[in-house]
Ligand binder design. Structure first.
Ligand code: TMP
Length: 217
């Protein structure tokens, strides 16, 4: 049986360059022979993408924070059981754009929900599953918001006020501090080249440390 794959998550506020840098990481890891599943939350499955559409839509009815939280975990339960867990069990690596740390940052930090409620759902939905490695792309909330606004139409989260994103950022940085073994923080306000130099170093270290299972010819 193959060894379990590595579960990598990428986190950060709005406009920190997650998509560009995840595409860069994906290319670098594949070049090094990593058999990789690239996915995202909320999303990654039909149900998850449908829930994502509802979560991001700017609707007439305000979404209750607890309903929002449960929708995130409903999407996550489906994602774990049908995609993440089977990939890891088969020895594939998983590169996931956001995971439960986003719930702590947005639903607890941003919306003010109780961390214990999220902890209970985390245990219930994930069992022992936790990311092995988390990259936090960090930039001041005002920088990220300015970039997000330049991209065009804003979704339901991007319409929040600056204070919301400052609380999201603070929560991410607190988690990085308290789980420093798992977290790697990158200053995403640097030029893209400097960010990607750091990402390249991380790819080299991860593939060297964890060993890469080369696909069979
Ligand atoms: P994205 O467009 O950056 O991928 O993420 C979609 C939005 O969903 C983003 O504003 C953060 C938010 N989100 C939460 O609020 N809680 C969560 O658990 C996750 C995964 C995302």
């Amino acid at each position: 049986m193959s060894a379990r794959g590595l579960f990598i998550t990428v986190e950060g506020g709005e406009g920190v360059g997650k998509s560009t840098n995840i595409a860069f990481l994906e290319a670098q890891l594949r070049d090094r022979g990593v058999d990789l599943l690239v996915t995202r939350e909320p999303g990654g499955t039909r149900l998850g993408e449908e829930l994502r559409r509802l979560l991001l839509a700017v609707g007439e009815e305000a979404l209750d924070p607890m309903a929002e939280l449960l929708m995130m975990f409903a999407a996550r339960a489906q994602h774990i059981s049908t995609r993440i867990e089977p990939a890891l069990a088969a020895g594939r690596w998983v590169l996931c754009d956001r995971f439960t740390d986003a719930t702590y940052a947005y639903q607890c930090g941003g919306r003010g929900l109780d961390r214990r409620a999220v902890g209970t759902l985390e245990d219930l939905v994930q069992g022992p599953l936790r990311p092995d490695y988390t990259l936090l792309l960090d930039a001041p909330a005002s920088t990220g918001m300015a970039r997000a606004r330049n991209r065009g139409e804003l979704d339901r989260f991007e319409l929040e006020e600056l204070g919301f994103f400052e609380r999201v950022r603070t929560t991410y940085l607190e988690m990085a501090e308290s789980s420093s073994g798992r977290y790697h923080v990158i200053d995403a306000s640097q030029p893209l080249e400097a960010v990607q130099q750091q990402l390249l170093k991380i790819c080299i270290e991860l593939t060297a440390c964890w060993g890469v299972r080369h696909p069979q010819p």
